[in-house]
Write a protein that binds this ligand. Structure first.
Ligand SMILES: [Zn+2]
Length: 294
């Protein structure tokens, strides 16, 4: 057998696919505008394709009028996308409420491999156990009560009725290089516990839905706010358990007011609608993003 000299074949960079993933649970404000504008700019910079995905999973909080308003507000800002609920695309549907089969498939794989387990703890049990530290944004650290009862998963043909939790590898350090924030590191079981992937009320949790959708839609870079950095560590564990490709991550700084409070947390955070009615242009709005460093 003759050996050929190694041929260097230039590998084209993977075609960039970015996404905007707003939830129609309220009106978009400046913080959203800055993050979505960055996602748009990253896509343009990489000559890629931008996807708009309507994250309307929560039936209680999602409202059709907000879904319409967010598309309109994003267009008003000047953001354009090539795939989405309004324009279609090869990975349709682009509304999470219509993608249940993708999430059920992921749930089934995780159930079969033992990566997740059913948790029958009541809200009250969890509240009693919530003495563990948490920073207020996250679910309280789960104390692991139901993790011990193995072999229960096989009793469930469908996820409804209990919370399904991911069994995190206690003590393992999850590291990733954020494209904007630099190296990140979280310890499973210390920074976060067994997180919910499917809710008792039969709604897939955010973590599972975004991982399933980003993979199915072949997203190559996830742009979002730094409030989701820790979520990324959880999602990397899900990605590994589901054997999915790992996208790049770019977490934007959150827009804060003069006193340092996150805009999203302010009850009077101005919606893009209100700013627009006050006569502000997209340029005015976006100029407030510059100091966010994103
Ligand atoms: Zn439990």
């Amino acid at each position: 057998m003759t050996s050929h000299p190694a041929t260097i074949v230039p590998v084209p960079p993977p075609h960039y696919r970015g996404r905007l993933a707003p939830s129609p649970t309220g009106l978009l404000h400046i913080g959203h505008a800055c993050t979505f504008w960055t996602a748009y700019q990253r896509t343009l910079l990489n000559n890629g394709v931008l996807i708009l995905r309507d994250e309307d999973l929560d039936p209680q909080r999602s409202k059709p009028q907000y879904a319409e308003a967010m598309l309109e507000d994003l267009r008003w800002l000047g953001i354009r996308w090539q795939e989405g609920p309004d324009v279609g695309g090869k990975f349709s549907p682009y509304r999470q409420s219509q993608r249940r089969e993708f999430y059920i498939n992921a749930w089934r794989r995780l159930r079969d491999s033992g990566a997740i387990y059913p948790c029958t703890c009541s809200r009250k049990d969890l509240a009693l156990a919530a003495a563990a530290p948490n920073d207020g944004d996250d679910e309280p650290m789960y104390p692991g009560h139901c993790r011990k009862s193995v072999g229960q998963s096989a009793n469930y043909a469908v996820p409804a009725g209990v919370n399904w939790r991911f069994r995190v590898p206690d003590g393992e350090t999850i590291q990733f290089l954020d494209q904007h924030q630099g190296p990140q590191s979280y310890v499973a079981g210390e920074d976060f516990g067994d997180f919910v992937v499917w809710r008792r009320d039969d709604v897939p949790a955010y973590q599972l839905a975004v991982v399933a959708d980003d993979a199915a839609m072949q997203v190559t870079e996830v742009v979002r706010g730094t409030d989701l950095l820790k979520s990324t560590a959880c999602q990397l564990l899900l990605i590994r358990a589901l054997e999915l490709p790992v996208p790049a991550y770019f977490h934007c700084d959150l827009v804060r007011d003069a006193s340092g409070l996150r805009l999203a947390k302010r009850h009077d955070a101005l919606s893009l609608r209100t700013l627009r009615e006050q006569g502000q242009t997209p340029g005015h709005v976006l100029s407030r993003c510059s100091y966010s460093g994103c």
